[in-house]
Design a protein around this ligand. Structure first.
Ligand SMILES: Cc1cc2nc3c(=O)[nH]c(=O)nc-3n(C[C@H](O)[C@H](O)[C@H](O)COP(=O)(O)OP(=O)(O)OC[C@H]3O[C@@H](n4cnc5c(N)ncnc54)[C@H](O)[C@@H]3O)c2cc1C
Length: 257
């Protein structure tokens, strides 16, 4: 049995629109006094917005001086989307304790990071905290070219989302030239694309360390229940499962929700 995640009350201190579809929320207040980052750069928290009891999951873009920054995609319709589109400064939300899964092997000589706009906050934080040479593919519709930190050894390709599909990231990875030597592949975005890539990696890239995470599920109406990755993560780790097995179990849990 996994223990429930700790929860914290937080106040929306600031709300800033970074682009047409990306809203930055800075949370703070005394309820976050005992909040502690895991230090894992793709760590996420559950967010429950006022008047709701269901969580949605957001990457900790930063945690500094008692302020927790989340960058939230506002899309066509959704529980958090509708809330984050309003003037919400001063409102109180509930946050769960953070969890992260980014874990490159000790001998990694490179990173490949692939994601849509929901993966952008984690990719930015990974690039800020890990100094390995990094190849990045970001599928983003808005002009967010300055969102990712620039540093030597980082090569970013910006891709526009296709007009006729939710994402084409799987095809990009299937056609990719891989760096030589040991490294780490990290990818997040729409679940169907992630499932396709897990299969591709199993077939073509056995031996490459990777973490491939379905961050949202396309093609559905409003999701009746979001599944908390935290307990699945903890239970999987306790059972000695690989990251790949844990994220596949997470996808399966969402499929049956
Ligand atoms: C570990 C983890 C970290 C994440 N980090 C972030 C993050 O930093 N920033 C972020 O914005 N999201 C992040 N996500 C994704 C986010 O949790 C989902 O996109 C969530 O469904 C959004 O909730 P909502 O209330 O807006 O929409 P929901 O009420 O959950 O969904 C409503 C409808 O919108 C569709 N939908 C959901 N998300 C999207 C989307 N991004 N684009 C288009 N359609 C969508 C669904 O298919 C559904 O039909 C993360 C997810 C996980 C698991």
């Amino acid at each position: 049995m996994s223990t429930p995640a700790r929860q914290y009350d937080a106040t929306v201190l600031r709300r800033e629109r970074l682009s047409a579809h990306l809203v930055r929320l800075v949370l703070g207040g005394p309820g976050l006094a005992s909040f502690a980052s895991t230090g894992i750069p793709d760590e996420w928290v559950g967010l429950v917005v006022p008047g709701q009891f269901q969580s949605r999951y957001y990457t900790v873009r930063s945690w500094s001086r008692g302020e927790l920054t989340l960058d939230v995609v506002v899309h066509d319709h959704g529980l958090v989307t509708e809330w984050a589109t309003r003037d919400i400064v001063g409102e109180t939300v509930t946050i769960t304790e953070p969890r992260g899964s980014f874990a490159p092997p000790d001998d990694a000589q490179w990173l490949v990071l692939v994601g849509d706009v929901t993966g952008l906050p984690a990719m930015a934080r990974i690039l800020e905290t890990v100094s390995l040479p990094s190849r990045v593919w970001a599928e983003v519709g808005d002009p967010l070219g300055d969102y990712l930190p620039e540093r030597a050894g980082v090569d970013v390709t910006w891709l526009a989302p296709p007009a006729d599909a939710e994402s084409a990231l799987a095809a990009v990875v299937e056609a990719m030239d891989w760096p030589a030597g040991p490294g780490y592949f990290w990818m997040a975005g729409e679940s169907g694309q992630m499932r396709a890539i897990r299969k591709h990696l199993m077939r073509e890239r056995r031996g490459t360390a990777y973490d491939v995470m379905g961050y949202w599920r396309g093609g559905a109406k409003r999701q009746p229940r979001a599944v908390d990755p935290g307990p699945i993560w903890r239970a999987g780790k306790a059972a000695g499962q690989s990251d790949e097995q844990i994220w596949a179990a997470y996808d399966a849990a969402r499929e049956s929700s």
